[in-house]
Design a protein. Structure first.
Length: 528
């Protein structure tokens, strides 16, 4: 057993011995003695470092002691007692993952080090920072110490949360704050933060890298999250058509699509169609695309001289832009406006290939609403088609209308209108008939705007006839369908079901509207 002194010690208890000798030298140069378990003990001694066996440190015969020596009470004393004459200054322990079992010992050591205001180190990267600090100044800065303690506490919490069976009766969420935000829309709503739940979701907001703009506010990120969900729906729906996913662009205001454009060959056309469906609403809004931005794309997102004629300004004044990537020219172009926040995430190129979370939730007063994710994808091959089978351009318009109706929240009941190549409008209201009326009104304006922007006829028959509609729930009466058929809709997508389903279906048949009926389980109401 070692003799007592007031000398500091560093405990190495890791399976990973990479750079262990280097790290030990950094600790030793500030006067700390190394205490180690196997395998680092043998590695250090082979390198000529007089490391102390942890069993000798606590004074037990490891062959007879029934517990790991690292869990001996003297370890807790040396880590947490401020007056201890044998003081462990650092614990370097990388807990093994759940696939190998419940690492009680590793997490206990890190937790004790955090409790005692020591240095809990759980990654090679963090140990590199500690070694660098010790080699430079002979001490560890207070901010790094606190960051290590915070990380250790978070790691311990997440470990024990992972042991609780998440299911109908239990849900444990542990999150930390990687980013502080500006307020929401109202200055009194401070502080605002983005929390990371540790799930590692590749499409999560914490995985989106901001490269331009001032710090986002809560509203910016809430809107961005809604756009990502819409982009997932669009990409998944197009992939079901078995013709690949085209260039997609979504223009939105507060997360609600007011324009969606697509094109098989030209991303600029997709951008133009998205922006010009409702060029008044998108001012100060958000855009998400599934393709990298170059200078030409960024120029189209920044301004359009034709906009000035009707709206007084050629600039789109976008607050949020989401893309898989952007080159230097695109960044220079969008960077002209400080309030434009550009977020990059390479998984936006194929967002539907990222697995959905296992559940979705909403915080409410006193608890959390939880349910399975809204992960239905429009697949015409599995839906009921009543009437004429839609041609390919119509099928693509159905995907656009469905994605918009099922991801909008403009009043409760959502109706979307699209034509081949573009979303025309979304209308919402407490009643479906109001949603239909608003959608038709906005669609007529969109037709005029898009024809100004197109300068070509490559949107097929871009007028008020031949439109496709989608609704996020079945129509309770024929009044909504009457509005849509009078406006020129010839195909539609709705969930089936409802007390008057046969009456409404008969009406649509009589009007020669080709319908796609989804299973009645698949309704929208996306924000619930």
């Amino acid at each position: 057993m070692i003799s007592r002194s007031r000398q500091g010690y560093a405990l190495f208890s890791v399976a990973e011995t990479h750079r262990i000798v280097e790290f030990a030298h950094a600790c030793m140069q500030v006067g700390w003695t190394i205490v180690a378990s196997e395998p680092p003990l043998s590695t250090l001694r082979a390198a000529g470092i007089p490391a102390v066996d942890v069993a000798d440190f606590v004074g037990v015969d490891a062959s007879r002691y029934p517990f790991p020596p690292t869990l001996h009470p003297k370890i807790e004393w040396a880590l947490t007692d401020a007056s201890a004459d044998i003081r462990l200054e650092l614990v370097y322990d990388i807990p093994y993952g759940p696939a190998l079992g419940n690492d009680v010992g590793g997490h206990t050591l890190l937790g004790l080090a955090a409790k005692g205001n020591r240095l809990p180190v759980a990654t090679v990267t963090d140990m590199e920072q500690v070694a660098r600090a010790l080699g430079t100044t002979g001490t560890v800065p207070a901010d790094l110490r606190q960051a290590l303690i915070d990380a250790a506490n978070l790691r311990v919490m997440r470990h024990y949360a992972s042991l609780v069976p998440n299911g109908p009766d239990h849900q444990v969420i542990v999150a930390h704050t990687p980013r502080t935000l500006l307020n929401g829309e109202n200055p009194y709503q401070v502080p605002a933060v983005l929390l990371d739940d540790g799930s590692g979701d590749p499409l999560g907001l914490v995985a989106c890298r901001q490269v331009l703009g001032n710090p986002p506010c809560l509203t910016n990120l809430a809107d961005a999250d809604s756009l990502i969900s819409t982009l997932v729906r669009l990409s998944a729906g197009f992939r079901c058509l078995q013709d690949g996913v085209p260039f997609l662009a979504i223009a939105a205001k507060h997360g609600n699509p007011c324009g969606i454009g697509w094109h098989r060959k030209d991303p600029l056309t997709a951008i133009r169609r998205a922006l010009w469906a409702n060029p008044g609403a998108i001012w100060g809004g958000e855009v998400a695309v599934n393709f990298p931005l170059d200078t030409a794309c960024a120029e189209a997102l920044f301004a359009d001289p034709r906009r000035a004629k009707s709206f007084g300004s050629e600039r789109w004044m976008l607050d949020v832009v989401l893309a898989p990537d952007a080159d230097a020219g695109a960044c220079n172009q969008l960077g002209q406006r400080r309030l434009t926040k550009l977020f990059l995430n390479d998984r936006l190129a194929d967002p539907d290939k990222v697995p959905h979370p296992s559940w979705q939730g909403r915080l409410v007063r006193g608890g959390l609403l939880r349910q399975p994710p809204a992960d239905y994808v429009l697949d015409l091959a599995t839906a009921e088609v009543d009437g004429s089978w839609p041609d390919t351009p119509t099928q693509e318009a159905m995907v656009i209308a469905w994605a918009a109706a099922f991801s909008s929240n403009q009043g409760g009941n959502e109706v979307a209108l699209a034509c081949p190549g573009a979303l025309l409008a979304v209308g919402g209201g407490p009643a479906t008939v109001e949603a239909a009326e608003l959608a038709v009104l906005r669609a007529r304006r969109a037709v005029a705007n898009l024809n100004i922007a197109e300068n070509t006829a490559d949107i097929h028959a871009l007028d008020a006839t031949g439109m496709v509609f989608a609704a996020d729930a079945f129509f309770p009466f024929t009044d909504g369908p009457e509005i849509l058929t009078r406006a020129g809709c010839r195909h539609g997508v709705v969930p089936s079901g409802g007390m008057r389903f046969d009456v409404v279906r008969t009406f649509l048949r009589d009007q020669s509207v080709g319908m796609v009926y989804l299973d009645e389980r698949y309704r929208g109401f996306c924000r619930h």
